[in-house]
Design a protein around this ligand. Sequence first.
Ligand code: AP5
Ligand code: MG
Length: 193
Amino acid sequence: MFNLILFGPPGSGKGTQSDKLVGKYGLIHLSTGNLLREEIAEKTPLGIEAKSLMDKGQLVPDEVVIGMIDSSLEHHKDAKGFLFDGFPRTIAQARALDKLLELKKTGINTVISLDVGEEELIQRLLNRGKTSGRSDDTDEIVIRKRFAVYNNETTPVAEYYKKARKFQSVKGEGTVDEIFETLCRVMDKKMKQ
Ligand code: AP5
Ligand code: MG
């Protein structure tokens, strides 16, 4: 198995690049943001609870997203590997993911972080908000809250993987294709190791 975490702040291109990477490398894309938005669309109790937090730019409780990842891993028992997008976002989530993968006799191979400046991120998100229907993209105050949550709660996750020597950053600015090429170079190298 080959398991990748695509890491980075809101708007850094995780979803965009995940779509391309899973096609090329045959991985299963697990985005907790997408899974939560599906719950919201279906108006499940979990979705209703998550929506009020997501609308404010806050994180959904760890046990909720860990449970979603656990059942997705179970659901794809024959996967060649997974691409985690927007997960883990806290140290508790990172530890839980390690445990879940260990039970499956596998682990995280690499974490690639997309580096993008904050002003570019805000422009991308406000731009997407015009058409996406994502309530957390239309208000600059909520977008800034998402960055603050990322800086406070999610950047420690980068340290967690740096200590494990699994973390690497790439430039996340430029065209989608340029960034994809860079990611593929990193992936090809890591897959040979
Ligand atoms: P989530 O859905 O994960 O959102 P996010 O991390 O805030 O990031 P985005 O999806 O907005 O950005 P992205 O990096 O995927 O970029 P994208 O490719 O879309 O989470 C949403 C919420 O759910 C959280 O706030 C939280 O409440 C909750 N949640 C989710 N996971 C959780 C977890 N694990 N724990 C707790 N709570 C959780 O690109 C953005 C835009 O830029 C697009 O319009 C795209 O077209 C454009 N773009 C992409 N690449 C480029 C480029 N190279 N040049 C120009 N534009 C580009
Ligand atoms: Mg995304």
